[in-house]
Each structure stands twice: as structure tokens, then as C-alpha cells.
Design a protein around this ligand. Structure first.
Ligand SMILES: [Zn+2]
Ligand SMILES: [Zn+2]
Length: 365
């Protein structure tokens, strides 16, 4: 007995002395123009934002999320935010739940854009998934308890926060030039999340559209500035107004675009002219950018299964919704993530897992 407790005491001492992991890690996972972003706190608590695509892609995307979860040595997903009920955001959820326990399911409430697959999922599958876990309907201002982080919901179900976050609240000079945009019904319902770790701040607004960006940012910028802007609605032009992007002054943006989804000229112009932006990183080469607008390939995580010999200079026009045009080139083979590792002092490093290229961004002066 004495020997056993001595061993146990030695183990406890060892654990107390081993250094705590110091970084917040964020994996932006390639789900082909959908969203899956995995946030892992320094203590190993996890927050996954969205689960990729539905249908035949669900298994592939759940596998890609599991690759990131395994890299982070996770045994469970502590919190899952489903930003909204589009198939490129909740699609891999049921498949993922078979592979790893999910402890809390967070969403904006009912689907408001009738769609057979989403409505069937919400009626038949989702209640079963959260029956063994916690279910939270997020409201603006809701705090999600993640050890070591301050995680706040800033938008949900079409509502936005009314009080400024710390560092926010100043008049937004970009409001005067705002032009309202078009949108479908579900995108503006997106759960938007602001995360603070020490001096490091990041924002993921799901597919929140321009008109909601205006509500969040005008007349006063309620968010302040961020180090990293995540997602960007796949880099589509129904979001990403200057009212948001230029006012929050991200040092780095990571766009979850697809090969022919997002990255079109209007959005690339906003990003390339964004004050203080040091780099844009992308999930994919976008044919909608062409050489004219794209960032250098070293900042891009994924190409296609069969790479073309060259990419045209001119951007390809964005396909119309419901277009019968040929599908984008396939990317079902090896997929790569972009990982952000942030420290308490605001320093962060971004890594492209395809080519190993990494860049360190020192604390803000
Ligand atoms: Zn891909
Ligand atoms: Zn989307």
C-alpha cells in the first residue's frame, strides 16, 4: 500500500511540474467550400464550429474533422456550434457523432429556410444526437464556457449584440458608404462567435450576411479589432463588407472557400485593401480569383486531385445558383488544414499543412 501511494504521489508531483500547454490551436479544415473549424484551448477543451457537407460528402468531411481532432489528441468534442442549417455546415454531424462523443450541441434554433434535407435532419436525427448531451440555443451575449478562453456569441437567429465587447464601441467610419446586399433566409441566422485568449482575439461569423454585418458594426463598431478573421462566408460577396472587414482590421484572414465557391474579385478587393491586413490564407485555390486576384500558392492549403498545368490570369465568373454548368474539379484525396497557434501575449503562428510553410505574427505594437 505504501509503495502504491508513493508511486501515485510521484505521478501527481510529475503532473504538477510538467508545463501546461500554452497555445490556443485553431484548425481550419478543408470541407470543400463548407465549414469546419476546430478550436482547442490550451487546456485541451474543444469547440467545433460546423461539420462540413451533407450527403455523399458527409463521411469524407467527418474523416477530415477526425484527422484534426486526432492531431489535437481529443477524446471528445466538448462544444459543437452549428452556425445555421445549410448542408455545408451541419452535413457531417451525424457521421462525426458516430466517431467521437459530442457533449454539447449549440445552434440558433429552428431552420427558417425550408429545405427537405435540413428539415428531415432536424426532425429525425438532431434530437436523437443531443438527447444524450446538452442542447443550447444561443442568444447574442451567450457565453460558452471553455476553460482558458472567453467565448461569446455575438449574433444568432438574426439578432446581434447591443453592447460593445471590451475594446469595441467606437464610431465606425465605414458605415457611411454601406450598400445593403441580398441574401437567402438562413445565412443571416448564423451563430457568430468571438474568442479571446489573453491578448489574442478571433472572430467566426458563420455565413452572416452584409446586412447583419451592418447591424453589428453600425453606427458603432461593437467588436473592436481582431487578430484573425475566420471563415468569411467562404469568401462570397453576399458577406464581407468593408463595414465589417476594414473596421475590425484583421492582421490575418483565413477564408474557407472552395475551388469554385468564394474568392471572387469583389471580396478579394475588400481583403487586399483592408487596413492592417498582413496576409490572407485560403483553404483552396479559387478559380473565381484567377491569377489576377489570388494570393501566392504558399498561403493556400489545397489544390485539386488532378492539378492543371496552369491557372488562367482572368477570374472565372461565379456559377449561378442552380446552374447546370460542369462541377468544379474534384478534391476527394489528401486534404490539408491551416492551423493557427496563438499565445497569451497575442503572438500567433499560422501553418499550412500541405507545404509546411509557417509564418509567425508577433504581438501587436
Ligand atoms: Zn479540398
Ligand atoms: Zn456556407
Amino acid at each position: 500500500m505504501l509503495a502504491m501511494s508513493a508511486v501515485a504521489g510521484a505521478v501527481a508531483l510529475f503532473q504538477a511540474q510538467s508545463p501546461a500547454p500554452k497555445t490556443l490551436n485553431i484548425y481550419v479544415i478543408d470541407v470543400e467550400g463548407g465549414n469546419a473549424t476546430l478550436v482547442v484551448s490550451p487546456q485541451g477543451e474543444s469547440l467545433l464550429i460546423d461539420t462540413g457537407n451533407t450527403g455523399a460528402a458527409a463521411s469524407r468531411d467527418a474523416g477530415r474533422i477526425m484527422a484534426a481532432a486526432n492531431d489535437a489528441k481529443l477524446q471528445q468534442i466538448d462544444h459543437l456550434i452549428t452556425t445555421h442549417w445549410h448542408g455545408d455546415h451541419f452535413g457531417g454531424m451525424a457521421e462525426l457523432a458516430k466517431r467521437i462523443p459530442i457533449r454539447e450541441f449549440i445552434d440558433h434554433g429552428p431552420n427558417v429556410q425550408p429545405a427537405a434535407a435540413a428539415d428531415a435532419f432536424l426532425k429525425d436525427t438532431y434530437p436523437e444526437l443531443y438527447s444524450k448531451a446538452k442542447h443550447t440555443v444561443a442568444k447574442p451575449g451567450t457565453r460558452i464556457a471553455v476553460a482558458g478562453l472567453d467565448v461569446r456569441v455575438v449574433a444568432s437567429a438574426g439578432e446581434t449584440i447591443k453592447n460593445a465587447l471590451p475594446g469595441g464601441g467606437k464610431p465606425n467610419p465605414y458605415c457611411a458608404n454601406f450598400k445593403a446586399g441580398q441574401n437567402n433566409a438562413e445565412d443571416p441566422q448564423s451563430v457568430g462567435t468571438h474568442i479571446t485568449f489573453g491578448k489574442f482575439r478571433t472572430l467566426h461569423l458563420g455565413d452572416l450576411t452584409m446586412n447583419k454585418e451592418f447591424e453589428l458594426m453600425c453606427p458603432n463598431n461593437l467588436l473592436g479589432t481582431v487578430d484573425v478573421l475566420l471563415g468569411l462566408h467562404h469568401g462570397q460577396a453576399t458577406s464581407n463588407s468593408e463595414v465589417l472587414v476594414h473596421a475590425i482590421r484583421p492582421r490575418v484572414a483565413v477564408m474557407n472557400n472552395g475551388i469554385r465557391k468564394g474568392g471572387e474579385p469583389a471580396v478579394m478587393k475588400v481583403l487586399h485593401s483592408s487596413p492592417g491586413l498582413e496576409d490572407l490564407w485560403q483553404m483552396h485555390f479559387s478559380q473565381l480569383s484567377g491569377q489576377e486576384y489570388t494570393v501566392p500558392g504558399m498561403f493556400i492549403a489545397n489544390a485539386t486531385d488532378e492539378q492543371p498545368a496552369s491557372m488562367p490570369i482572368a477570374p472565372m465568373p461565379a456559377p449561378q445558383p442552380g446552374d447546370a454548368a460542369s462541377p468544379p474539379p474534384a478534391h476527394n484525396g489528401a486534404a490539408y488544414w491551416i492551423r493557427i497557434s496563438a499565445e497569451q501575449d497575442g503572438t500567433f503562428t499560422v501553418v499550412n499543412s500541405r507545404n509546411g510553410f509557417s509564418k509567425k505574427y508577433g504581438p501587436e505594437k
